[in-house]
Design a protein around this ligand. Structure first.
Ligand SMILES: Cc1cc2nc3c(=O)[nH]c(=O)nc-3n(C[C@H](O)[C@H](O)[C@H](O)COP(=O)(O)OP(=O)(O)OC[C@H]3O[C@@H](n4cnc5c(N)ncnc54)[C@H](O)[C@@H]3O)c2cc1C
Length: 397
């Protein structure tokens, strides 16, 4: 009789196996999703059908209680087929983490998590704001207006990936209109509780299938849908670690796809001249080293987060925050370097849009990574901590 840990590992392997099948569906539509900047609906229909959206919800609420490692692997697997699919899946799970990490004691939130698992709800995020706030998650201009047991919220200049397709949005704002800009809350609102007025279309270089249009958000809901934990705590303790780890997993998937195309190219070259090693094989050996570094970065980051989760001191320490930020910075640089190095291997066939070795989409998708929460903004935040932080030189876990 296998123990609980063995059963959990077996069940996570089955989830990843389903994701591998869905990645094939995502890959078959990736070109069209990219060309038309449209939602990858075939992949998300399959993810809902196979019940992969609610896997992070605890088992007692109808989910699978999947680990961060399992979700990270699925993000990477999906991104190997279609980066937009992987990115949407990662953002949905980042939103789920705000519920699973902070709301398990709240009755309404438990009911909502149950609905997420039962109905396979797709969750989106509205943190970015207009009026000069941009990607600065530490402040907001808009505020929650209380009206009896309800609240109303209007947020302008939102950039909401798959906003039009989402079943619910987790949105941030000031606690009240008069609260300081940094005193924020996060509320959960279902699609029938808000209206999105589209103010700009997502016509970008890459990640086109995320459909990250600009909207004005206007909603009203019962006040119990505001998460009790202050947003600053949610952000530091779970949202940023999940975002940095799961985005890094998506970029690892994009990088792996570029490496796979390079491997296929070098093998095809080798078949043309049996007995001779193609010159590009040397570059491939170098590329595999970079990919290994990226993989080690993500795996070590997940390991660190899993250990910190049950240690409040570690979770709120400067060292932990610096480490999570470093993962985002390194992985976003790493994916761009890997795709660029793959270009040198595949040459003109990598540069073409219409070859089996094409790296054009991978490059365009990868270039979103340093600006998804701008790397300079993150470096700026880290630099503010350096007066009180000294790096940890130990190799011990
Ligand atoms: C594919 C994709 C999907 C996205 N999906 C969503 C979503 O679903 N929901 C959502 O809310 N947002 C989303 N975003 C937005 C994202 O989270 C950031 O808000 C956005 O990328 C930041 O854009 P920005 O460069 O205009 O703004 P900012 O981060 O405001 O940066 C503006 C400029 O100021 C500089 N800068 C700012 N602060 C500093 C500092 N402290 N130190 C140094 N330089 C600084 C930066 O270099 C940058 O050039 C998405 C972005 C992308 C690319």
């Amino acid at each position: 009789m296998p123990g609980a840990a063995a059963r959990a590992a077996e069940s996570e392997r089955a989830l990843v196996k389903k994701a591998r099948e869905i990645a094939k569906i995502a890959a078959a539509h990736a070109e069209e999703v990219d060309a038309d900047a449209r939602f990858p609906r075939e992949a998300f229909d399959a993810l809902k059908r196979e019940r992969l959206l609610g896997i992070m919800i605890p088992r007692e609420l109808g989910g699978e209680g999947a680990s961060v490692a399992c979700v990270s692997e699925i993000c990477s697997v999906l991104a190997q087929g279609c980066a937009s699919t992987g990115m949407i899946y990662s953002m949905h799970q980042i939103k789920t983490s705000s519920l699973t990490e902070h709301c398990l004691d709240d009755e309404w939130m438990r009911g909502f998590m149950r609905a997420c698992a039962d109905e396979q709800l797709l969750l989106a995020s509205a943190t970015t704001e207009g009026g000069g706030v941009g990607g600065d998650m530490r402040q907001s201009i808009c505020g929650v207006e209380r009206d009896g047991d309800d609240f109303a919220l209007v947020k302008e200049g939102c950039l909401i990936s798959y906003g039009a397709q989402a079943d619910a949005i987790l949105i941030t704002s000031r606690r009240t209109p008069d609260a300081p800009a940094s005193d924020q809350v996060m509320a959960v609102m279902r699609a029938d509780q808000y209206r999105l007025e589209k103010t700009g279309a997502w016509n970008t270089m890459g990640m086109r299938g995320t459909c990250s249009d600009n909207f004005t958000f206007e909603g009203r809901a019962p006040a119990r849908q505001i998460i009790a934990t202050p947003f600053a705590e949610i952000s530091a303790q779970s949202m940023l670690p999940y975002a940095h780890l799961l985005w890094a997993s998506v970029w690892h998937g994009v990088a792996s796809d570029a490496v796979a195309r390079s491997e296929a190219f070098v093998r095809a070259e080798a078949r043309k001249r049996p007995g001779a090693t193609p010159p590009s094989a040397l570059r491939l050996a170098e590329l595999l080293t970079k990919q290994q570094q990226m993989k080690a970065l993500v795996v070590a980051g997940i390991d660190r987060y899993e250990r910190a989760r049950s240690d409040a001191d570690e979770l709120t320490s400067i060292g932990f925050g610096v480490a999570m930020n470093a993962i985002k910075l390194s992985a976003s640089q790493g994916v761009c370097e890997i795709v660029q190095a793959a270009f040198l291997i595949c040459g003109i066939l990598g540069y073409r849009n219409d070859s089996p070795y094409s790296l054009a989409r991978a490059m365009r998708d990868a270039l979103s990574s340093p600006i998804m929460i701008n790397n300079d903004r993150i470096l700026g935040n880290v630099s503010n901590l350096l007066a009180v932080y000294k790096h940890d030189a130990s190799l011990l876990r």
